[in-house]
Design a protein around this ligand. Sequence first.
Ligand code: PLP
Length: 358
Amino acid sequence: MSRFFSDKFKNLKSYVPGEQPKDRSYIKLNTNESPYPPSKGVMSAVADEAKDLMLYSDPDCKKLVDAFCKVYKIDAGRVVFGNGSDEILNFAFMAFSDDKRPLAFADITYGFYPVFANLSSIPYEEIPLNENFEICVDDYIGINKNIVIANPNAPTGIALPLCDIERIVRSNPDNIIIVDEAYVDFGGESAVGLTEKYSNLLVVGTFSKSRSLAGGRLGFGVGCQELISDLNTIRFSTNPYNINRMTMSAGAAALSENLYYMDNANKIIKTREYVKNSLQEMGFEVTDSSANFLFARSYEIAGEELYLKLKESGVLIRHFTKDRIKEYNRITIGTREEMDTFLLKTKKILEEKRHEKL
Ligand SMILES: *Cc1c(COP(=O)(O)O)cnc(C)c1O
């Protein structure tokens, strides 16, 4: 740390992204990317756009807004785009939370929430999930705090039904409820439809998971016009060109080829259920995931040991060190072939472990 670093950031613990090691090639099941490439239209749209790179991108994102509103059936003033949904989350925390309106979120959820809260000096409360890693909806009823909920939750994959989201939104009418739907296309119920009815609901989504655009960095927020206008005030005070030309074209093309992505999401759901059953047969405890990953533990091998042994054998999964979940790993669902390799290596590691104990 330099002696110039502002006091207000001295204790900031920044987010630690999943590792992207370059020492060898790995089967990457650690950052919830799609195993499927972008659609053809996306690739050609990106190539076409390159010739205009000397020009700034459109700060109103008109092409993207139009394509989005067609698929999501909303009015143009009700969506804002971000450089990844992480940026929208940061904007929303900045725009709506402060000392007077603190935040609440689950103790086990997306690791960026506390980072963004600390970055903007927003006080927050962590509400524990129950012993099955489920959100207790009653803990969020009428709490008079802004709330952010990942639905489906990460890293557990467990989803809340829409009626529970609605209860939470309705019982906190003077607070903003942010629903982070990064994984909704893998089996969750979207709250986008509820944003017409509730002016305190902001739904955040991303093109990084189901739409194969993690490297393009594109996310969105949907809410009532006033909320979106506030987020645009923050966006235009930060970086009005936050969506670069190539990503804007890629996003619009992806929306026009939406079926390709929803087909891929369905393939991933099928593979997920297959892997879940296989892991359960090996004695793993696996949460009920509605996302493109599984959250699993074995009673025969420590979470960290399994993660390290898989890494040694060329398969990356995500291990968390937080006490409550340190025996678990989060396993992104790749192609069927990748998952068969993962299952085979896991089986072998477990067999070796049993052998050691004899
Ligand atoms: C991946 C993820 C995001 C953010 O993704 P971006 O790539 O920034 O769009 C947001 N929330 C959750 C819960 C995620 O897992």
